[in-house]
Design a protein around this ligand. Structure first.
Ligand code: DGL
Length: 275
């Protein structure tokens, strides 16, 4: 039993999409969330910059004695997980990519044609195709697409809007048609926020969410390491953002619904000093 915090982080609001799964699946757990909203997006930055930001977040989480760190960010998972694991060998550090690839292996068949949507930084590492090939060697039709405009629009709250639909058409119409895609891996935790648009524009396509798969992997890790919290856990959840904007607050309330009140969440601004 371990009632310390779980540290969850992302470049911005995207990582919030993992939080409802974590809170619903593991109600005794308490979370320190950090969204680096002042420096988002990470996905268009150089790997060295992303690694530096990630180490700053890791230091903050370690100073709060978290029992586990979970990068609810595919860009961090693709570029910086190893440096974070090396910096904190005594703290389990989880990312999204292996967990999501396990789900691809579980639900996809060899004939499936899988489109991996992610940021530029994630795509350039090829971490997703490598991890999926490891998890499911028989799945061979893998195609990647970087969609760099999705994150800035989502951070601005432009989701149920024709501009978002136009942007989706711009990136995905040819990609889906030419590669005869039947499954989309949402390889960025911001993208579940446009899953409604994707379902409406491309009905019948299977969506696999990295946000959900991270939560499932986190539960397995807590169980395997005997780190689960119990019902005596009375800590509050603390949500930090480097720019505690209206959009961050709105997105949290939208994603957690009534849960935001019930869950005793405190919001705080956090300047990591690297700006
Ligand atoms: N939500 C993040 C991801 O999963 C980062 C997006 C970004 O900052 O570009 O990749």
């Amino acid at each position: 039993m371990d009632n310390r915090y779980i540290g969850i982080f992302d470049s911005g609001v995207g990582g919030l999409t993992s939080v409802p799964y974590i809170m619903d699946l593991f109600p005794n757990e308490r979370v320190i969330f950090f969204g680096d909203t002042a420096r988002t997006p990470y996905g268009s930055k150089a790997p060295e910059t992303i690694r530096q930001f990630t180490l700053e977040i890791g230091a903050f989480m370690a100073a709060h004695d978290v029992k586990l760190m979970a990068a609810a960010c595919n860009t961090i998972s693709a570029t910086s997980l190893e440096v974070l694991q090396a910096a904190y060998p005594d703290i389990p550090v989880l990312g999204t990519i292996d967990a999501t690839s396990q789900m691809v292996a579980a639900v996809c068949s060899p004939s499936d044609r899988i489109g991996i949507l992610a940021t530029k930084a994630t795509v350039s590492t090829e971490m997703y195709p490598k991890a999926i090939r490891r998890a499911a060697p028989e799945v061979t039709h893998l195609y990647q697409k970087a969609c760099p405009m999705f994150v800035p629009l989502i951070e601005e709250g432009i989701v149920d809007h024709p501009i978002m639909d136009m942007t989706i058409h711009y990136y995905l119409d040819d990609f889906i048609r030419d590669n005869r895609i039947d499954t989309l891996v949402l390889g960025c935790t911001h993208y579940p926020l446009i899953s409604g648009n994707l379902r409406r524009l491309y009905p019948g396509i299977r969506l696999i969410s990295s946000s959900k798969e991270l939560a499932v992997a986190l539960g397995n890790e807590l169980r395997d390491r005997d780190l689960q919290a119990d019902e005596t856990n009375e800590r509050e959840n603390i949500f930090y953002a480097s720019d505690l904007s209206d959009s961050f607050l709105r997105m949290t309330r939208q994603l957690l619904g009534d849960g935001a009140k019930k869950r005793n969440i405190r919001f705080k601004n956090l300047d990591l000093g690297g700006r």
